[in-house]
Design a protein around this ligand. Structure first.
Ligand SMILES: [Zn+2]
Length: 405
């Protein structure tokens, strides 16, 4: 057999296994007969694939009473509690690390400071911290199947390479390969906002639609665009850097080197800095000095006019940029995440008004705009990356190949 044919046979196996697992995961309990009908696979193939999946413990058999009465039929459903994985979110100066099972239940969580900035010492620190966490929290009974890492910046998820991240000196860093060789586990590396958008799609606020956009506002502004149930990407490259749309040609210098980008106005640091400057100039506010974005939202909700005005301006600028994204992608839902969503009652009406006036009416009418389901849940993005690897079959094949039939 030539190499090309072998590759194709493997690919077909992956696609068929993914199709069967996907049906069991999403429609289970489901019978083998129904899987064969829907997938148009031969019943013998379905039997073989389900036998392999049963051997991995990723699915289980359940007895169901047939609707017509008579004997109980055996159906299949996904088993989410049998495997565990590590999810890391690398943020500025700190990382969150969680131990999840496949249902998304967190069994352990730590927030740790990160001391290094340069590529070699930083990756060493990261690997050591993951190793320590595994030693502390993962007993031998808990079988680990993957490590997922999300971070802001640009990532090549297919090859597990961090192309660029704003908070550290990581450039074209093969982080996925490093994790695989240290721990012997598949590693999934992703941009944090794109992974969060996928988490919302699989488990959260956009579960009910195939096309959605998640906007996150933290130390910058970013978008995760889901098109047809998949993260919208160019060829292995990130898409969705909404934070660097220019909104003010005479504005402040952005960390990207350009001027007046959206995130020079819409980010936690920009909002706090603007309020600080206005207060120093004598504008009245209940806030004084040394406040955080949470304090700003709280003060705005208490009726502080200055905080409300600053947040209104943020909503206006953000709403215009979201309207552009709506015109480009025609999503079925917009969801927003970030600390500023504590003031969603102030922000959302203005954002919606901007969308009504600035996006095509047939795209904007009746378009839901709401808070994301996952707020303050930084490692949930990694769950989506592992789930995607199961649904596309790549992780399934790895697990099947580890088990004897
Ligand atoms: Zn910029």
């Amino acid at each position: 057999m030539n190499d090309k044919l072998i590759v194709n046979v493997d690919k077909v196996k992956q696609v068929n296994t993914a199709a069967v697992y996907g049906m069991i995961d999403q429609q289970g309990p489901i019978s083998r007969v129904k899987i064969a009908e829907q997938s148009q696979l031969a019943p013998a193939s379905v039997t073989k694939i389900t036998r392999q999946l049963l051997a991995t413990g990723l699915i289980k058999e359940v007895a169901q009473q047939a609707s017509t009465g008579g004997r109980r039929a055996i159906s299949l459903m996904a088993e989410q509690g049998s495997y565990y994985f590590i999810s890391v979110r690398l943020g500025r100066g700190a990382l969150d690390i969680s131990l999840f099972d496949l249902s998304g239940v967190s069994h352990a969580h730590d927030k740790l400071s990160v001391n290094e900035l340069e590529q070699d010492p930083l990756t060493q620190e990261l690997l050591d911290k993951i190793a320590d966490f595994i030693e502390q929290h993962v007993s031998e009974q808990k079988q680990l199947i993957a490590v997922a890492v999300t971070l802001s910046g640009l990532v090549n998820p297919g090859e597990g390479i961090v192309v660029y991240t704003p908070h550290y000196q990581l450039r074209d860093c093969p982080l996925g390969e490093m994790i695989e060789s240290r721990f012997g586990l598949p590693a999934y590396i992703g941009n944090d906002t794109r992974a969060m958008a996928l988490a919302e799609h699989y488990f959260g606020a956009t579960k009910d639609c195939l096309d959605s956009i998640l906007i996150t506002v933290h130390s910058g502004t970013s978008a995760g665009i889901i098109v047809n149930g998949q993260v919208f990407m160019s060829q292995h490259r990130d898409v969705g850097e909404i934070g660097h749309i220019q909104v003010d040609p005479l504005g402040q210098k952005c960390q990207c080197g350009n001027v007046g980008c959206l995130e020079t106005i819409v980010s936690n640091t920009a909002i706090v800095a603007r309020l600080q400057a206005l207060i120093e100039q004598g504008s009245p506010s209940i806030l004084e000095a040394g406040f955080t974005i949470e304090d700003v939202c709280f003060a705005a909700k208490q009726g502080d006019m200055l905080c409300r005005q600053v947040l209104q301006r943020v909503a206006t600028v953000l709403g215009s940029s979201i309207a552009i994204a709506i015109n480009l992608f025609h999503p079925q839902k917009i969801v927003l995440a970030g600390e500023i969503m504590a003031a969603e009652d102030i922000l959302l009406p203005t954002i919606k008004q901007c969308i009504q006036h600035q996006a095509l009416s047939s795209f904007a009418d009746a378009l839901p705009v709401q808070a994301a389901h996952f707020q303050n849940n930084p490692t949930i993005g990694g769950l989506a990356l592992v789930k995607r690897a199961l649904l596309d079959g790549s992780l399934l094949i790895r697990l099947i190949n580890q088990k004897p039939e």
